[in-house]
Design a protein around this ligand. Sequence first.
Ligand code: ZN
Length: 285
Amino acid sequence: MFRLLNVSGRSALEVDGAWYDLARLSGDDTLADPMVAVGRSDELHGLTDRCASATPDGRVADADLGAPVPRPRQVFAVGLNYADHAAESGMEVPPAPLTFTKFPSSIAGPTADIPLSGELVDWEVEIVAVVGRACSHVRLEGAWDVLAGLTLGQDVSDRLVQMTGTPPQFCLGKSFPAYSPIGPALVSIDSLADPSDIALWCDVSGERMQDSRSANLIFSVPTLVAYLSSICPLEPGDLIFTGTPDGVGMARGRFLKEGDVVVSGAERIGELRNACIAGQGPFQP
Ligand code: ZN
């Protein structure tokens, strides 16, 4: 079991609310880079055991947390992967995972501010699968084994950019800076009682907007890994945003505004807390 953090840009392990600098703990400076740590996730179980006899470097509550996977090579995201969300969107459930890209420049830490790109910016809480080893054509029954673990993400979405034109423009509308906050920890699969059934929720300025469980995914995490890896070879640190449950702003007629605080949570993974600030809209061609 392990919980991998990014503390001030360096890999750290979390045990009982304390954090331990991974390079210091292991004596291996290369492990300071969170991307290296994600690619060597097998070693993190044993290093976590070492924390019991080591001195912590600080309390997680006081730490400056960054994205546990700060520079993913590929960021996949899946649309309409909960039936209730497809229904509130007035869309049919797709016959195969409806996949788009969140460009990696949109990745941010668990407490990053979100600069709003317009008047129609929306929230989407999602479980995020983190690839742990290079793989392709992964079989369904081996799919959990290629993952380093799971984390939590917000698929922040500018609906105006997304829905302008036919067909719609998913990738860019979901890729403004800080539109992909993730964290607070990358949690190993064996830390989760049932990795296929995790409670997740989203509060906007204190109001519960989304409340579901990942057991409601139409295409499960193993199915997404098998499907995506059959087309795109996967690399350590690649992310899969697995889709959002119902309760998004577009269905409520309520969008994010300056001063809103988005709190996204998942059982055993933790919470993201992102404040909305003034941002810049896109160039109008
Ligand atoms: Zn989404």
